[in-house]
Design a protein around this ligand. Structure first.
Ligand code: HEC
Length: 133
């Protein structure tokens, strides 16, 4: 009698746990399904934004194609090559190193910390990669 009660209780609770488990999974799947189009939309909406951002904030010094602005180089009294993001030197540097310069600044390169979001900073580094000669 007692054993049969235990048995029943055991099955009842396992069934309950299994049901709860599937309910959780269902929630996760529904959540993902809802998130998916949103993230696709967000990615689609921001594609190309980095090109505009680069043109607006960086091209004045670094040139539209990352060739470096001769005028600015002269004004800042530095080697034009230092502004050339398309150069082999910059392209060889790691994403992390470039991100650091972008966020913290270096010599005459202004710091962009707080002026652009982390997301934008990463996108700009990816954009710089497309400038490779
Ligand atoms: C006022 C001019 C100026 C502007 C505007 C500017 N930069 Fe720079 N940037 C520099 C200079 C100068 C250096 C070189 C610093 C050094 O090494 O002495 C540099 C260096 C860099 C480097 C490192 C290159 C390397 O090889 O280490 C990256 C990456 C970079 N800039 C990205 C950007 C991005 C992205 C923007 C726009 C958000 C930007 N810069 C805007 C002047 C500028």
């Amino acid at each position: 009698m007692f054993i049969s009660f235990c048995n029943k209780f055991f099955w009842y609770s396992t069934r309950k746990i299994v049901t709860l488990f599937f309910m959780k999974i269902k929630k996760i799947i529904v959540g993902l399904a809802l998130l998916f189009p949103v993230s696709v939309f967000a990615a689609g909406a921001s594609a190309g934004d980095e090109a505009g951002l680069y043109k607006a904030k960086c091209a004045s010094c670094h040139g539209g194609a990352g060739e470096g602005s001769a005028k600015i180089a002269k004004m800042l009294k530095l080697d034009e090559a230092k502004l050339a993001l398309a150069s082999a030197k910059t392209q060889k540097a790691s994403d992390g190193a470039l991100l650091k310069v972008l966020l913290e600044g270096k010599e005459k390169m202004p710091s962009y910390k707080g002026k652009i979001s982390d997301e934008e900073a990463k996108k700009l580094i990816q954009y710089i990669r497309t400038l490779k000669k």
